[in-house]
Design a protein around this ligand. Structure first.
Ligand SMILES: Nc1ncnc2c1ncn2[C@@H]1O[C@H](COP(=O)(O)OP(=O)(O)OP(=O)(O)O)[C@@H](O)[C@H]1O
Length: 265
């Protein structure tokens, strides 16, 4: 990044202003405004089709919005010029591992693409990332098809962390995991956040994960976003928000959080 202003440290990690996304007559984002603060874990929720993925894709420069301005770490994002690429990592919902590459090769890929590190250093770095996400090095030579769902997620996370990013984007990280694996994954995310100075933006439908890991919650509704702490969002009078957090599953997760299972950031 060459044109980063010197006083960006207090700026949000991600700044979205006036974002408009339309598909035909459907308005998905209507002058949406959002700040993701440095070092926070922001959970993004919303109904199906509310525009969570389109928001993330717009921020990543993978979708061209109809209007609006997005800056990431002080740098303006333009479609197909995604900007500070090595400064963020993405965990896509399906893991997006390359099936013809081994675990080791998958994790090394971004390092090979974005640096001229010697092969041995690349190997060592990839091994370190695998250990960091709680995997044994015995998986390094396996192919994705030989791994469980939870292991695949961890490998994808190791790959997302390969370049020591400042921001991590997670798209439904616990989807498809059993409750034990999901809880372990939440703990891993919290651990990595606390130890690597990461800013994390996480789309999730998992209310346990939301309450256990996130410092703030962003709810996409009516083309806009409501942002607050879990207490603020749960107390919201907005009809959709009340119904979302009013279902028994969400109430149980909230009750568990009140018993002290909260992540304090
Ligand atoms: N390329 C596209 N062409 C047309 N419509 C699109 C396109 N991409 C997204 N949409 C529409 O925009 C809306 C928002 O989509 P998006 O994938 O962001 O929703 P979401 O909140 O991530 O939903 P889910 O929770 O179901 O994954 C949806 O109604 C979707 O059909």
């Amino acid at each position: 990044m060459n044109d980063t202003p010197t006083d960006t440290r207090r700026e949000p990690a991600i700044r979205v202003r006036g974002l408009v996304n339309r598909f035909g007559r459907q308005v998905v984002h209507d002058e949406l405004r959002l700040d993701v603060e440095r070092d926070e874990i922001l959970g993004v929720v919303g109904g199906s089709g509310s525009g969570k993925s389109v928001l993330m894709r717009s921020i990543l420069g993978l979708h061209r919005p109809n209007a609006g301005e997005i800056t990431v770490l002080g740098q303006r994002i333009r479609y197909q010029e995604p900007g500070p690429h090595t400064q963020w990592g993405v965990l896509f919902q399906n893991g997006a591992l390359l099936s013809n590459l081994t675990v080791q090769q998958n994790v090394e890929l971004p390092i090979a693409l974005h640096s001229d590190m010697p092969v041995e250093t690349r190997h060592e770095l990839a091994s370190l990332k695998l250990l960091m996400v709680g995997l044994s090095l015995s998986v390094a030579d396996k192919y994705p098809s030989e791994l469980s769902g939870g292991m695949k997620k961890r490998v994808s996370l190791a790959r997302a962390l390969a370049m020591d990013p400042k921001i991590l984007f997670l798209d439904e990280p616990t989807a498809g995991l059993d409750p034990i694996a999901a809880t372990e994954f939440d703990e891993l995310i919290t651990y990595l956040h606390d130890n690597l100075d990461l800013t994390i933006m996480m789309i999730t439908h998992d209310v346990d994960s939301l309450f256990n890991t996130c410092n703030r919650i962003a709810v996409l509704v009516d083309g806009k976003v409501l942002v607050g702490t879990a207490d603020e969002i749960v107390a919201s009078r907005h009809r959709w928000v009340r119904s979302y957090f009013g279902v028994p599953r969400a109430r149980r997760a909230w009750a568990a959080m009140d018993k002290g299972d909260r992540h304090d950031g």
